[in-house]
Design a protein around this ligand. Sequence first.
Ligand code: BJW
Ligand code: ZN
Length: 257
Amino acid sequence: MSTIEKAAAAIRALRPRNVVVFTGAGVSAESGIPTFRGEGGLWRNFRAEELATPEAFARDPALVWEWYEWRRGLVRAAEPNAAHRAIAALSGAVVVTQNVDALHARAGSADVVELHGNLFRDRCTRGCRRGGQVFPARRSGAGFQTPAAQERPDPLGRLPRCECGALLRPDIVWFGEMLPDDAVERATSAMRGADLVLVIGTSGIVYPAAGFVALCGGTTIEINPQASALSSRCTYAIAATATAATPPLVEAILETR
Ligand code: BJW
Ligand code: ZN
């Protein structure tokens, strides 16, 4: 019996009622979005400290905006993959994601907790809540659009500013910054109440996000082609890609309903 079959059999026996899907960059890898670490990782050409810290933004906001503009382009050109779509079929499940690409929402997941923010939003560096805008998450207007989506002027021509005059910044949680309180509360409560957590495509080294998995007292199933920092604490660790292993596990969950 393969590990996927063993995990699927465990799911059928468990008949889970409260399912959480905890995801990282690996769930979007097969949509063509580079992960952060490892082969082809996003950090390979850029040092994280140069771009994903408040200090980096204060030093060179144009460079940081440019990097995010490049990433928005990558994501707009991508489509949710079979793993995103399978997860979206799990009505009632809570998706707790470290990803900022909004692909779970584009696939149709209704309850998504974004721990590290969203590439398609910005906010005021002064925190005044007046200037934050929403970027279109797709190239065409068809299908998913973030609420009140609107085209924006090229942020590189002139750095975007809030109505209050302060610079706008990507609505992303950078190193050394706190995660949004509401996201932490929702993730904590979902993890504590879960009888099944699928942990998909994360290296499990970035905290506090990686610590949420330990809050689940139920069954935890990891899907990742490589061993991660979370593999040994999961009940099952499936060495497979997200698109190979997620659909059959979701099928097993749906069979128990
Ligand atoms: C597949 C697959 C396929 C491939 N299918 N799988 C020392 C210095 C500075 C900070 C710290 C430090 N020590 C600890 C810290 C704290 C820090 C931290 O955890 N750092 C670690 C790196 C050590 N954390 C923070 O700073 C956090 N805030 C915080 O702690 O606040 C408290 C505080 C505040 C102030 C003072 C004191 C305390 C904030 C963390 C924010 C993380 N943000 C980032 C970048 C956002 C920028 C952006 O996106 O533009 O979020 S980091 C980056 O890592 C990104 C991701 O969400 C996050 C997690 O990465 P993920 O998703 O796991 O991706 P990878 O690439 O690591 O792994 C991919 C996996 O997929 C791999 O395992 C592959 O095998 C797998 N895979 N293909 C399935 N097809
Ligand atoms: Zn402002």
